[in-house]
Design a protein around this ligand. Structure first.
Ligand code: ATP
Length: 373
């Protein structure tokens, strides 16, 4: 039995599991059983996960929730890295080819720079990572191969990579309008928001990128506005393949708990086997960010948010009546609790909501306005 008064000592967890579960229409017996199962998962998987409340509202470049999960453990992938994989890194000084290097960002695993490519006369982005040991190098090598092997208009492409001064230097296409998070925060600060046609445009582009990954048996696992990069020409691309994983057998499902809490699908939080459909759930949370500026449960601690996602039923737009029937129906198709019933990227690309998509030129206007701010 769960001790509802004092579940397991996580400061972020609710002390009233029973009422949360009952109020979401779950029968008492099932509520107790679910609470126990989820507690066990949270207890085992998330010990030490950051539990600070996350504040996002209205603040430009405010702290963003970080991805959770053991990135390296997730990579014990039964995919042996042979010499061909390792050859992806050129053993030269990348500064021979790239100059005017300026730091533009800092992630949890490395820094990102903007630089000029002297040979091709264009601006590129370089991510540098300093792996701590051989195993960490395998992780970076795996990720770099993944990025190099896929070329799609909606996925940030990797041009080449170097191993130099104990670092991996990953040269990528430079996305000159920043991240979707920046644009959402800019609009929110101005008291504005995207129209449905803009949301449809963004989702269409992301789903095209996901379809490319999914059809190759790959799951992104960290779809969120921070990982959507934009171009001043109106382009929208999915970035950060850091948590991307491969399903070696098309029927295989993974059960490593990984992602960023607010965007995580319930089956991922529960530690159940999951497949490509977890990216579809996260895409619906991305849609909510576009519509409401924030993902659901963002004022909660990461732990409590995960509990609520796993128990509270599908997320919905707060003011359903303010949005079209097509948008509401799109959300329902993305947030079916049973992954088998949830729509695939291919099915969603045919959904009538995406027919409302605005044009690249329209989006370019919005991205430029946010960029200039
Ligand atoms: P984490 O690695 O923890 O998920 P993150 O996604 O913020 O965090 P990075 O992917 O390292 O970290 O990115 C750091 C910053 O650099 C972000 O602001 C991101 O928008 C920017 N950035 C990353 N890649 C590019 C790119 N190809 N073009 C332009 N900006 C980029």
């Amino acid at each position: 039995q769960v001790d509802f008064a004092n579940p397991v000592g996580f400061s972020g967890l609710p002390s009233d599991f029973e009422s949360v579960l009952l109020s979401s229409g779950i029968e008492r017996d099932e509520a107790v059983e679910n609470a126990q199962a989820i507690m066990d998962i949270l207890n085992n998987q998330y010990k030490g996960a950051h539990e600070k409340p996350v504040q996002i509202a209205g603040l430009r470049r405010s702290p963003r929730p970080a991805a959770t999960g053991d990135r390296e453990a997730s990579r014990k992938l039964n995919i042996p890295l042979d010499q061909a994989n390792k050859d992806i890194f050129k053993l030269e000084d990348p500064r021979k080819y790239y100059h005017s290097i300026v730091k533009i960002g800092q992630g949890s695993y490395g820094s990102v720079y903007k630089a000029s490519d002297a040979r091709k006369k264009k601006v590129i982005a370089i991510k540098t990572v300093k792996p701590s040991d051989e195993e960490a190098w395998d992780v970076v090598t795996y990720e770099t191969n993944m990025m190099r092997s896929i070329q799609h208009q909606n996925l940030v492409h990797c041009y080449e990579a170097f191993k130099f001064s104990e670092r991996a230097w990953i040269v990528m296409e430079y996305m000159d309008a920043g991240s979707l998070t920046d644009v959402i925060e800019y609009l929110d600060t101005c008291g504005l928001g995207f129209d449905e046609c803009h949301i449809a445009y963004i989702l269409k582009n992301i789903l095209q990128g996901l379809l490319c990954l999914h059809s190759r048996g790959k799951i992104h696992r960290d779809v969120k506005s921070d990982n959507v990069l934009l171009g001043l020409d109106g382009s929208v691309k999915l970035a950060d393949f850091g948590f991307c994983t491969e399903l070696t057998d098309p029927r295989a499902k993974r059960n490593t708990v990984i992602g960023t809490p607010f965007w995580m699908a319930p089956e991922v939080i529960r530690g159940q086997k999951y497949g490509t459909k977890c990216d579809i759930w996260s895409t619906s949370i991305l849609a909510i960010e576009c519509a409401e500026a924030q993902p659901p449960w963002v004022k909660e601690t990461a732990m409590r948010a995960m509990f609520l996602i796993a128990t509270n039923g599908p997320p919905r737009l707060k003011d359903k009546g303010a949005w079209s029937a097509e948008f509401n129906s799109f959300m329902e198709r993305c947030t079916e609790l049973a992954p088998a019933k949830r729509a695939s990227a291919e099915e969603l690309l045919a959904h009538p909501f995406l027919a409302k998509s605005s044009t690249k030129t329209d989006m370019a206007r919005i991205f430029r306005a946010a960029y200039q701010e």
